[in-house]
Every structure is written in C-alpha cells, then in structure tokens.
Design a protein around this ligand. Structure first.
Ligand code: VG1
Ligand code: CO
Length: 551
C-alpha cells in the first residue's frame, strides 16, 4: 500500500507525434473513454497542464473525480506525474471520489496551486461513455481561457512527458503516503464540504422540517453526490433512509446519463410530477455541480431558481448580510435581472461556462450566479454547487413553510414571469450543424428590423463579452435575436459534447405581473419556437423532427 521507497527515478517518455485534438471545451477536456485510453493521451494533457500552471514545483495539488470508468487509472497516472514534476503535496480522497464543488473548496482551503477533477460531468460514463479532465486554478474555479488555450497549445508541441514508476496508495482509507519527494494525503472527500455548508444554512430548521411531514426524494443518479447527499440529508438532517436514491457511485452511472433534467432524470420527475408522495425532489449531475429542483407537481426552471434564491437570500444565515451583486450567463433568462433591479444591486451577463464568473467572484462584485443549464452557486467556492442549491431551497421552504409551487406563484406575481425553454438537438452531424449555424450568422446583419413571430428584431448579433475585471474580450458566444417586446431567441453550439454537434435553442418571453402567469412554457413560447425553426431551418437541416431534450 504505502510507498516510502527510495526516490523513484523520473522517466522521460517520448511521443512519436503530439496530439492535435486536446482543446478544452466549455468545461475541461472531454472525449470518449476509448480516446482517453489511447497510449499517452491522458499523459499528454496532464504534462501540458504541469508545464503551464504556475507553482507546480513545491506546490499543493487537489485530485479526485466523479468515480466514472477511468477515474482510478487517471489518479494513479497523475499522482506519478505529479511526483515527477516536483509537486510537494497531493491531496486526494478515499475511493478517489470528489465532487467538483468539494474540489473547489479543498483548493481554497489548502491554498493549492489548483486541482484536477476527473469528470465529463453530465456525459454518460463507462468504457463506451465519456471521460474528462477539468483543470481548476488557485482560486478554486475552472481555469480561465488564457490557461486552457496555453495548455492546448502546449499539447500540440509536446515531445514527451515525465512520470515516475512506483506504487501509489490504494485509496481504501485515509492516510499519508510518500512517493519520492511527493507527500500524498488521502482524506475523506465529504467532511470539509459538509462543514462548509453547515456554515451557510440553518441545519436545525431544515432538520426540523425534514423530520416532520415533509418527505423529499434526492436522486444522485449513481454519480458523485451519493456519499455527500447521504451524509447531509439522511445523516445530519435526519431525512429517512431511502431519501437518497441511486446513491452509490457506479463507473457507468448505471448506464444512464447523469444529467439532472426532465428527460434523463425521468424517474424522479415522474415521482414528483405524477404523484403526491413527495413535497420536494432534487437531482445532481455526474460531478455534483448541477441541480434540478422539483416540487409537488412543479418543475422549477433553473433560470427562475437563480431568481428565487436571489430574492430569498436573506433567509439563509450565510447571506443575511446582503448580496454584492449577481450574474447569469447570456442564455439564462432575465428573471434574476428583475430581482437585482428591485434589490438595487448590479447584475452581470457573462458567456456560457462557470469560468466567466471567476473574476467577478474574486473581485467581490457578485455573491450569487447561475446558468440556465441547472447550475447555481455563490462566492462560497468558485464552482456551481448542486447540493448547495438543494439546501438553499430547503432553507427557504423551512422558513417560509409553504410549497415549492407557492414559492413560484408568489415570485411571479411580484416580479412577472419569464417563460423560458431550452431545446437541445444532440449528436447532429457536425457539418450540418455548422452549416446551419454559419448560415444564420451570415444572415444577422440583414435581420435587424425584420419581423419575427409577430414582433420586430431590434438586435441580431453574435454575443461577445468584455470582462469588467481584467478587460479580456471573449467573442463568438452565441447568436442572439432580441425582439422589441423583450423576448429573445438564442442559438448556440455546445462546447461539451463528444459526438457530432449539439445545437441549443434558447427561448424566452416575459409576461408582466398583470398578465397570464399560468401557462405551459411550450405554449407560451409556441410562436417563437415556430419562427426559430422557420428562420434557421432546424428541422430540415438536422433531419430531426423534434429536440432530443426540452427543458
Ligand atoms: C454546458 C452548459 C453550460 C455549462 C457547461 C458545463 O455547456 O450549457 O452552461 O457551464 O455545460 O457544465 P455547453 O457548451 O454544452 O452548452 V458541467 O456540469 O458539464 O461542467
Ligand atoms: Co457538472
């Protein structure tokens, strides 16, 4: 098990040719497990990372993953490469299980140079599924594009990599080990995260609610949140055994997509939407940073969830002091903007991906932020945080003593409602998807002033963003059609898929407090959906009659 052998010697492995396809996407490098199993593939990316990230020699590194197929092998390889690069201290976890938010917390707590999270997030796992490597920086957040671009560039020129041969710990139990000059600490990956959340929410109040007549269901989707949710919900908060479903992390997530939406978390969705057995339901994704919130016969749209947390932040002990500001990604609905205006706090609009919130959080300009893709978080760490959002909702319900549906109804009656939906067309042949997208992009200048779904287009552009903290410019972030009544349609190509291309169509329409707040979003958005298809020729160009996933 332990190794305190004489210093193992560093081996230089030469590559016959560098890899050309290791460009990280929206969040980390994601490829099929098969691609990651090619000789030297993982090693190439990790070597590039060690060459680019500052402070490697003598630094502390956090390492773990969501437990998918390939996790253990990657931990072994990266540990031996860390030893070869002079890392002083490597902190990993029992079983190698570490959620993305828990990793972010550990990086900050131990003042690490950063962390490596082995996950392709919501993508399926297993030998036929996907694997991924997320690289986080010293602030605990996803590495900014300046770093990921430099890593990619290094991979394309790589001549070889350095690794030591030696035995790495089995990860069965906590302990401290040595591999040459590298100190390896295996810790329980759940403890610190639980303490962090205890400092933000009133566990007594939540526990009292859960021990009363308030049955809840949590679906860990056989992914990383199982051990965290079991400890929090069934352990500390006293929810009955069985509250956490699919709570054992499996290498293939039981064959499912660990993606918490109505399509892939349908078991939970049916329980909540089709019966009265539970008052509250939630699910998280593969690496624990996303959340889906459900009430009894009620689905909470993630954009609305961010707005509700913002409006009710004062009910959680961690946020009673008020919010510095909020931020949302561009395709996320403007529901939070309305609340921010009411609170008189700044609201920022960033490109898709959590890395764009990092500077605003570090500068203290925002406290809460979120994305329409089931991501919500705060300045407690630098990642989105699935179980944090679940506890935040439970905190609100424990104080307000009402149902999820009542929270939503009262929210909309105060702020109006942003009808919102995202339609995903997955695994389209790449050339078709790019053909559609490029054609639309070319049409943008001619669209201003044109009519669209009975409205007029006021802005048609490709979203770009100047970071208010460091002034960096990010362009090409999605095609936006802004309409004269405040409605919007956005087209984007996903940066996380591994098969073909995924087209995302985002639709939004605002109805003020006096209007009809009780419609089915697909109906409320029906005319926008039809007009978007006509303009972009989605069905004819993709050959798909309907989206793969509707949120
Ligand atoms: C998707 C989401 C985006 C999210 C990203 C990473 O990206 O839309 O909002 O930040 O996944 O989330 P894309 O490029 O496929 O639209 V995770 O939980 O997969 O790290
Ligand atoms: Co994720």
């Amino acid at each position: 098990m332990a190794t305190s052998s004489p210093s193992p010697s560093v081996r230089q492995v030469l590559l016959s040719a560098p890899f050309s396809d290791q460009k990280p996407g929206t969040s980390g490098l994601r490829k099929s497990s098969r691609q990651f199993e090619q000789p030297h593939y993982l090693e190439s990316f990790v070597e590039a990372m060690f060459q680019v990230v500052p402070g490697v020699a003598g630094g502390t590194l956090i390492l773990g993953g969501d437990g998918r197929y390939g996790n253990r092998r990657a931990i072994d390889v990266i540990t031996r490469m860390a030893a070869a690069h002079g890392v002083a201290r490597l902190i990993t976890t029992t079983g190698g299980i570490l959620s993305t938010p828990a990793a972010s917390n550990l990086i900050r707590k131990h003042q690490a140079i950063g962390g490596i999270i082995l996950s392709a997030s919501h993508n399926p796992g297993g030998p036929e599924g996907d694997f991924g490597v997320k690289v986080n920086g010293a602030n605990g957040g996803p590495a900014p594009e300046s770093i990921t671009d430099a890593i990619y560039s290094a991979t394309t020129q790589l001549e070889g990599y350095r690794i030591v041969d030696g035995e790495t710990p089995s990860l069965e139990a906590p302990g401290t080990y040595a591999l040459g000059g590298l100190s390896i600490e295996v810790i329980d990956g759940v403890d610190d995260y639980v303490s962090l959340l205890q400092g933000l929410f009133d566990f007594d109040a939540i526990s009292q609610m859960l021990r009363g007549d308030f049955p809840i269901a949590f679906d860990a989707m056989h992914a990383v949140t199982g051990p965290y949710a079991s400890r929090l919900l069934e352990g500390l908060l006293g929810a009955p055994a069985g509250t956490v479903r699919n709570g054992i992390p499996l290498e293939d997530f039981g064959g499912g997509h660990p993606d918490p939406n109505l399509t892939y978390a349908h078991e939970l969705a049916e329980l909540l939407m089709g019966s009265d057995a539970y008052r509250f339901g939630a699910a998280c994704d593969g690496d624990g940073d996303r959340n889906m919130i459900l009430g009894q016969r009620c689905f909470v749209n993630p954009s609305d969830s961010l707005a509700v947390l913002t409006a009710n932040a004062g009910l959680a002990p961690g946020y009673v002091g008020g919010l510095a500001g909020v931020a949302r990604s561009m395709p996320t609905s403007a529901a939070v903007d309305v609340v921010a205006k009411d609170l008189d706090i700044p609201c920022f609009e960033t490109p898709t991906g959590w890395k764009f919130f990092g500077n605003l959080l570090d500068a203290g300009r925002i406290t809460l932020c979120g994305e329409e893709s089931f991501g919500t978080g705060s300045d407690h760490i630098r990642e989105k945080d699935g179980l944090w959002a679940v506890l935040f909702w439970l905190q609100i319900l424990a104080v307000r003593r009402c149902s999820v549906a009542e929270v939503m109804t009262s929210h909309w009656s105060r702020y109006g409602r942003h009808y919102y939906s995202r339609h995903d067309y997955e695994a389209i042949a790449s050339d078709r998807a790019h053909g559609l997208y490029d054609r639309l992009k070319g049409m943008l200048p001619s669209l201003v002033g044109a009519s669209f779904a009975g409205r007029s287009i006021t802005t048609a552009d490709d979203f770009s963003y100047v970071d208010p903290v460091d002034g960096s410019l990010t362009s090409g972030q999605g095609l936006r059609l802004l309409l004269d009544d405040g409605s919007r349609v956005v087209f984007r190509l996903s940066g996380t898929g591994t098969q073909g291309a995924t087209l995302r169509l985002y639709l939004e329409s605002y109805v003020g407090t006096g209007g009809n707040l009780d419609q089915d979003p697909q109906q409320a958005l029906g005319d926008l959906i039809t007009a978007a298809d006509q303009l972009a020729e989605i069905r004819s160009r993709t050959g798909m009659e309907q989206p793969t996933v509707i949120t």
